[in-house]
Design a protein around this ligand. Structure first.
Ligand SMILES: [Zn+2]
Length: 157
C-alpha cells in the first residue's frame, strides 16, 4: 500500500478492524512517518471448483446464477430470491473456509434450496445437473413430486 504523502511503497499496518465487511486499516509510512487509513475488501480464500475431469476453475457466482435463472424461467420466482439463494451457498462455503468444492456439492446445495422455492425449477435444475443419467434418481424425484402435489401446483397457478 503506497503512502499517499510521499509515495513510499513500504507502509506498516498499525491497526486493523472490520467495518461493514471491509477491513479498516491504520497504516504508517516507514519513510515519512505519516499515518493514514485505508479500507480494503476482506480477502476470502479463493474458492476453486474441482471438476470431474480433474481440473479446477474459480467458483463463478454469475455462472451459478445463470444456471439457476435458466431453471426458473417463466416461473413465479423473484430474482432476489435466486440471488439470496446463491448468497446463502456462498456464505455456507465461506464459513467452512474450504478452498475447493465439487460441482456435486454445489449442485446439491442448490437443489436443497430450490426445492423449497419452486418445484418446477427444482426439477428443471435437477434434470440438467443430474443429466438424469440415473433413471432411479429420476423416478425418485418424480415420485417425491407426486407425493407432495400441493407444493407442485400451489405455485403453478
Ligand atoms: Zn510517506
Amino acid at each position: 500500500m503506497r503512502c499517499p504523502f510521499c509515495g513510499e511503497e513500504d507502509t506498516k499496518v498499525i491497526d486493523s478492524r472490520s467495518v461493514e465487511g471491509k477491513k479498516k486499516r491504520r497504516r504508517m509510512c516507514t519513510a515519512c512517518g505519516k499515518r493514514f487509513t485505508t479500507f480494503e475488501s476482506v480477502e476470502r480464500p479463493l474458492l476453486m471448483v474441482a471438476k470431474r475431469d480433474g481440473t479446477y476453475e474459480p467458483f463463478n457466482r454469475n455462472k451459478l446464477l445463470a444456471g439457476i435463472f435458466n431453471s426458473t424461467k417463466k416461473r413465479p420466482v423473484r430474482m432476489e430470491t435466486v440471488q439470496e439463494l446463491v448468497d446463502g451457498i456462498e456464505a455456507e462455503l465461506a464459513n467452512e473456509m474450504v478452498s475447493t468444492v465439487s460441482p456435486d456439492r454445489i449442485g446439491s446445495m442448490v437443489m436443497e434450496r430450490l426445492r423449497d422455492v419452486d418445484m418446477v425449477a427444482y426439477v428443471r435444475f435437477a434434470s440438467v445437473y443430474l443429466n438424469f443419467s440415473d433413471v432411479a434418481d429420476f423416478i425418485r424425484i418424480i415420485s417425491e413430486m407426486t407425493q407432495s402435489p400441493e407444493k407442485f401446483t400451489a405455485q403453478d397457478a
